[in-house]
Write a protein that binds this ligand. Sequence first.
Ligand code: HAM
Length: 406
Amino acid sequence: MIQSLRGMNDILSNDYERFEYFISTASTIAKRYGFHYIETPLLEETALFKRSVGESSDIVGKEMYQFTDKGGNDVCLRPEGTAGVVRAFVQNKLDKKGGIHRFYYHGSMFRYERPQKGRLRQFHQFGVESFGVDSVYEDALMIMMVADILKALGIGYSLKLNSLGDQNCMPAYREKLIAFIDTCGDAICEDCQRRKSTNPIRVLDCKNQACQNLYTQAPKLLNHLCAGCESDFETLKSILDQHEINYELDTNLVRGLDYYSKTAFEFVSDEIGSQSAIAGGGRYDRLIEFLDGKPTPAVGFALGIERLMELIVMPEPVREGYYLGAMEEESLPLILKAAENFRKTDKAVVEYDAKSLKNHLKGADRINARYCAVIGENERLNNTIWIKDLVEQKESTISLKEGTNE
Ligand code: HAM
């Protein structure tokens, strides 16, 4: 039997209900915040991710589904959504147009990681990207939106917050950090040795405990912000305080993608094991120009849908729509016609096998229908349909003419 690939799962039955519930809840909230849907291709030129996510990141360095297509192009299944949305923004000249552009999206992402609980090779994200606002209020808006989505889904979280500085303060901090890393000599892991020359701040979130013990002495990002970054970060914290969104400062939170500057944040849950990040995001004011666009401030986030699906508190299922069945074969055409009519305004599911009333009532229960509608011999001869409202527990018989609108 052919199996799905490792780390790539089907989403069906109960899971699909959760998945759909998540998408509709998150989309409704994103639209309320003024965001519009955007769809970008799953496959993009590899160069897009190299230039955005960054050559030094694990994603680009180790985890890309990269291949040469039949036309000889170096392509890659998207490992994340931001790069493609920025490419679309620039390609469609929205950067030249100016103004504010806010998008949301959801779909599959691909990373060739070592699969484990909460870590897949094909997973789904719900993300938003906002272009054209440099005010830190937009950063706060992003965090409030994630908090709103999680609240609507009944999910508890903690929020980690950091500022990564900008081109005014970051270069000096980098130099200080490199000087510090040099003092560690060979005591740090090979990955950190490599990061020292590619993207030194990535050493700060190294998973190796020996490295982490050394880095407690490292210069702290949050102590090296310039006046502008410092004041934005203070404003951000006070907006979150005003909205009673709790956060903890984490000066080692650097995120695994290279495009961030200033605000960086991560939402984590302590209920899903070691892969605890349920959402991450931040500001990326330089990325649009890195991808040949006109410099445009930008900020966004993405939620990991599979990790959230474990945590969603589903609303009580409500009975809805019609279950329709015939008690004898001859009534089936009438049932189909009635279903067609009900379906104009409601859900209507037809059972094809002729069955007793008792069995049809069981069938209606199974699909959680509100109404069980049945045609037996009597009804067929009188051109009527028997309907039971399974919530009100009321029975009625209506004319099929009425039911079929003839
Ligand atoms: P990210 O932190 O790499 O950010 O991914 C966002 C979320 O996707 C994570 O918090 C996690 O829940 C989920 N996720 C990541 N990798 C996996 C995996 N292998 N299996 C299951 N879930 C996973 C980004 O991708 C950025 N594009 C977010 C962003 C948007 N920043 C600005 N705009």
